[in-house]
Design a protein around this ligand. Structure first.
Ligand code: SF4
Length: 312
């Protein structure tokens, strides 16, 4: 229910941690009375806009985020863009440094006076707290409305999380564990429709959101301290959970130029090898072609089917 007056059209880029928090941010802004424009699912136009706007060495998901921002500003003509500045979303670990620099990178690609509403979360500012709300929104919204909107946003977030954790029944007996950051896994435009391809093949898929939380806090015996990246912990914890379940295979999607994954991916590969789990690693970049991608996935599924027939 809208409780306030419509002030502005605020754009939300459908990229990066939108896939965890986006519908909660939409709920929050609508509750406060703003008009919300979410960019459409990633397509070639947004990828090209992002690639043209970003430095070459930036990872693909951040380029895609910049492409969504440019789409909202240049094509949708929104009045402001909501940019998450997420440093910490859970106690004791951190989101990658690229998220810390995201508002600055966005500023670099937009006109200097363009309105950026920055949703900040760090060690002292929980994600769904009054201080996380962009100051421009806080100053325009009554505190009572803002508090109610935060509660509505949290409820929406819990609902979305429950949906992500639901296991979908599949026709095929093969089970594949997927490991990836949410913006690689749930962005069909970025991952060339991997989930749809696996669904069409009738494969049973397990995703990190279905993994019990305790697996993300386990220490790896080969590392002398726990990983301090939230997303890295989820990647490694998911891999270990899948190995423990003895899934038929694991697909690891990562993004080219991702610093944390260059470390975590190596540990994941070693652990899955030790557990003799078949493993496909795909590193996505803006040049990844659909034909080659489809061939690799199909060949992996064929290999799993053959292994099952031969080894039982
Ligand atoms: S974790 Fe990797 S893919 Fe994600 S934003 Fe950071 S560098 Fe990019």
């Amino acid at each position: 229910m809208t409780k306030g007056v419509v002030y502005l059209r605020i754009g939300i880029p459908r990229a990066l941690l939108y896939f965890w928090y986006g519908s909660a941010w939409e709920t929050f802004l609508r509750y406060c009375g703003f008009e919300v424009v979410t960019s459409p699912p990633t397509n070639k136009q947004q990828i090209e806009l992002g690639v043209r706007s970003a430095q070459d060495e930036i990872c693909l998901p951040v380029k895609v985020f910049l492409g969504h921002v440019r789409y909202l500003v240049d094509i949708e003509r929104v009045d402001a863009v909501l940019v998450p500045h997420l440093i910490q979303v859970e106690l004791g670990c951190y989101i990658c440094p690229k998220f810390m620099g995201l508002p600055d990178m966005v500023r670099m690609v937009l006109p200097s006076n363009f309105l950026l509403y920055i949703w900040r979360s760090d060690r002292k500012t929980p994600l769904w707290s009054i201080n996380a709300i962009p100051p421009e929104i806080r100053s325009r919204t009554a505190t009572r409305i803002a508090m109610e909107a935060l509660q509505a946003a949290q409820a929406k977030h819990r609902e979305c999380w429950r949906e992500l954790a639901v296991e979908k029944p599949a026709a095929n007996s093969a089970t594949i564990g997927l490991i990836a950051h949410p913006y690689c896994l749930y962005d069909d435009g970025l991952n060339l429709g991997l989930l749809k391809r696996l669904n069409n093949a009738g494969v049973q898929v397990i995703r990190p959101e279905m993994v019990p939380d305790k697996w993300f806090t386990k220490s790896d015996p080969g590392l002398n301290k726990p990983l301090f990246w939230t997303l890295g912990r989820r990647v490694l914890g998911s891999a270990m959970y899948y190995a423990n379940l003895k899934v038929d295979g694991v697909i690891h999607l990562s993004a080219f130029a991702c610093g944390p994954e260059s470390v975590v991916g190596e540990v994941v590969a070693r652990r899955l090898h030790e557990h003799q789990i078949s493993f496909l690693h795909i590193n996505l970049d803006e040049h990844t072609g659909e034909a080659g991608f489809a061939t690799r996935v199909e060949a992996f599924l064929d290999l799993l089917a053959r292994r099952k027939t031969v080894c039982g």
